[in-house]
Design a protein around this ligand. Structure first.
Ligand SMILES: [Zn+2]
Length: 343
């Protein structure tokens, strides 16, 4: 009965027992057999690979102390769900300097496309331990009169990507955009932009894959928000590009008291098991207004929907450990900070 790692026909939802259930079944002559049999696989370490805190009150920058307050409060709320570490996607040097000495907090420098000339400063910040990755966002093009994505493949940017290869620096990139709204996840569509864009989602992705991902195979490219694509499409991309990753923010999202049917679980479960080494838990959480508010919006609007979705999949422990923190640790590689307990 303990080998029910996969869903059985007719089973309502898949179940993966917590690994130590097996000890109780067989150990001590089976004295505790049956006790705690409903303990399922569970992660005690959720590493949020997609968070915005300093930037979230744009154009006002949240200062180190304020971010500290938000993080402490946020981790306080989510602490019951065993959160600990997060990657901030923020553009501010001040944030990086503040985060440097906090072993829980990482910063990926959010650059705009005019900043390819910042390569010397990127190097300096990496070497100074101020940043552990880069964040790029094609949403910048939406603000342009004549949006042209070819800047992504400019020689100046290729120099940056070449440095990322040398330095083993991961790059999180938000490539595509919704067509319509996705009210369930608070997502607003970009129909107006698409009406004047002069290119399609697919053209933009194809360019990004051929010009960035394929030409810089040693860079770990993380597609934000599962690139707004389904598991079948993403599987094909993973098959083709071994240096491609996704974060689960917005893509694996289930509201409190909502549910997934067995048929809905199946493709996501298969996807996670097959591609656990490429999937990173993320929430897209930001700090709420006003800062002083004790409204636990981050918990109910960002943390729980992402946490609940993954928990519902009944993943085997090994898969769950990778999706919730192991893959993120591997992507950070040499930039992984030592937690105090490990020193
Ligand atoms: Zn984001």
């Amino acid at each position: 009965m303990l080998s029910l790692a996969a869903a059985l026909p007719g089973q309502e939802t898949p179940v993966a027992p917590y690994p130590d259930n097996l000890e109780r079944l067989q150990g001590d002559n089976g004295f505790s057999r049956g006790f705690g049999d409903t303990n399922h696989s569970f992660s005690f370490d959720w590493f949020d690979s997609h968070a915005h805190l300093a930037w979230s009150h744009y154009p006002n920058l949240l200062k180190g102390g304020q971010i500290q307050e938000v993080i402490d409060r946020w981790l306080g709320y989510t602490g019951v769900y065993h959160s600990g570490r997060l990657i901030l996607l923020d553009p501010y040097l001040e944030t990086m300097e503040w985060a440097k000495n906090d072993p829980r907090v990482y910063v990926f420098w959010w650059l705009v496309w005019e900043q390819a000339n910042q390569l010397p400063e990127i190097k300096r910040r990496v070497e100074a331990g101020l940043i552990q990755g880069l964040k790029l966002h094609t949403g910048d093009f939406r603000r342009k009169e004549n949006p042209d994505y070819h800047v992504m493949g400019s020689e100046a940017w290729h120099k940056v990507y070449r440095y990322c290869e040398e330095a083993d620096l991961p790059v999180l990139i938000h490539v595509n955009e919704h067509w319509g709204d996705q009210a369930y996840t608070y997502g607003r569509g970009a129909k107006k932009f698409w009406a004047r864009a002069g290119y399609t989602n697919q053209e933009l992705l194809d360019y990004c894959l051929s010009e960035l991902v394929a030409k810089h195979p040693k860079v770990k490219w993380i597609l934000a928000h599962m690139n707004f694509q389904g598991t079948e499409t993403l599987s094909a991309l993973f098959e083709r590009y071994p240096n491609l990753y996704v974060d689960t923010s917005i893509g694996m999202f289930l509201r409190e008291y909502d549910h997934l049917t067995a048929a809905e679980i199946e493709p996501y479960r298969k996807f996670c098991i097959r591609w656990a080494d490429r999937i990173m838990f993320g929430t897209d959480v930001f700090a709420y207004h006003p800062l002083e508010s004790s409204y636990p919006g981050s918990l109910h609007n960002w943390w729980l929907p992402h946490y609940i979705f993954i928990s519902r999949l009944g993943l085997p422990q090994e898969t769950l450990d990778k999706v919730t923190h192991g893959t993120c640790e591997a992507v950070l590689g040499k930039y992984l900070k030592k937690m105090p307990a490990e020193e």
